[in-house]
Design a protein around this ligand. Sequence first.
Ligand code: FAD
Ligand code: NAD
Ligand code: ISD
Length: 444
Amino acid sequence: SQWVVLLPLGRRKRREVVMGRAFVYVVLGGGVAAGYAALEFVKRGVSSGELCIISDEPFAPYERPALSKGYLLPEAPARLPSFHTCVGAHEERLTPKWYKEHGIELVLGTRVKSADVRRKTLLTATGETISYKFLIIATGARALKLEEFGVNGSDAENVCYLRDLADANRIVDVIHSSTGGNAVIIGGGYIGMECAASLVISKINVTMVFPEAHCMPRLFTPKIAAYYEEYYMAKGVTFIKGTVLSSFDIDFNGKVTAVNLRDGARLPADMVIVGIGIRPNTSLFEGQLTLEKGGIKVNGRMQTSNNSVYAVGDVAAFPVKLFGETRRLEHVDSARKSARHAVSAIMEPEKTGEFDYLPFFYSRVFALSWQFYGDNAGEAVHFGDFSGSKFGAFWVSKGHLVGSFLEGGTKEEYEAIAKATRLKPAIEDAAELERLGVDFALSV
Ligand code: FAD
Ligand code: NAD
Ligand code: ISD
């Protein structure tokens, strides 16, 4: 519904007309979680005019994972509308027309600049006040900037980050002007590894620089990392490990021409991609909601410290029942499922239990494809053929299987490691687990 309020403003108590709208449900943020929340609201019978999604991006929710994979490829690149949510989970593709047909208000290209959880209102940068009965916070995260590590140059024309479609379009332009040239990738995490593959395919010479001893340090063991690094090196990628950049050489046109490293090396560069981690977008709610692990703390119903407010996706720190502790996960499966769970908890509270989530991460680059389930805690037991194309690892903690990684598996094998990880079977003989490998999971 629409409403108009007369507000006393300033010392002279001027009265001003403020336009506003009221909805039963508001999703703040229009990314992956918002798209899956919308689908779940419709499945559970939301009425026309009850739901509003507010996003500062000018697009209806889309599958963000496509941006570091298909979107950057030189041949038949992925483009909207092909990857609107919810195609990533093999569900309906929700185009802007779909939202319209279901009476869902998409407020796009609009930033929310403040929130008042006591009054149940959001104030947009366009001056509109949007009120809600239930709010789902799905603001995701922002890319960390080099400046936060004391290095300037993020605003150079050919220095790129990757969080949203605008960033991806910029990378595509810079790739086009760098063909045959040199790229330096700062960071050895997901963005670094996936972008490196896309750049190699686009015929750009890639050097990756990161401070740790191996790539993907948050998840991979040294042995797993060595496999991927060797594969990448065979594709022409150079790894410079154990150091960080100290400065850029920038020309008169505002373009980086070289990257200087703390160890004294100087790398000529036609383009730079920075992937050095993220920070959840919590700032609107700091001082209003309880935070934990850098995110907004929620219970097993995705409900924050305020009963009317839920949080999902990258921004939510939720109890992972399987581990008995609160975690904040930065992956798409978690965003999709936490969003659906929140909607279920709001619309059918009596039928909704605690979120019981098995963490799932994956990546696909070149001809490689891996999946990981659970927790990489305890001791890693590697299995399979590390000189071939199918291998993996199980993590064993306190005598139980808690995590599983598999490269090159079949659908059946991935399902088996997921099931086995959820069951947390007791492991008495690590040597036997190593010998059986994926067959262990298939036998559980
Ligand atoms: P997001 O999808 O980031 O959506 C948040 C939305 O909120 C954005 O649209 C943002 O603009 C908007 N917003 C924020 N603040 C405001 C505000 N104040 N006002 C209005 N709007 C606001 N995970 C995987 O598991 N596998 C992958 O292969 C994978 N690939 C990825 C590739 C890339 C390039 C990136 C960046 C991430 C990838 N991820 C992947 C992670 C995954 O995409 C995220 O976990 C997921 O997008 C989180 O969903 P979300 O809805 O919480 O946040
Ligand atoms: P990340 O946390 O995966 O990796 C960050 C990397 O930055 C570290 O591995 C480290 O090598 C590097 N680093 C840290 N400080 C540095 C410094 N001072 N100088 C140089 N390097 C430094 O984060 P990301 O790669 O930026 O990815 C961003 C987000 O996108 C994450 O949430 C990630 O989960 C998500 N993402 C996920 C996937 C996937 O799941 N397949 C793919 C792409 C992006
Ligand atoms: O989940 C995903 C993923 O990894 C992608 O690349 O969604 C996208 C595409 O499958 C959607 O086009």
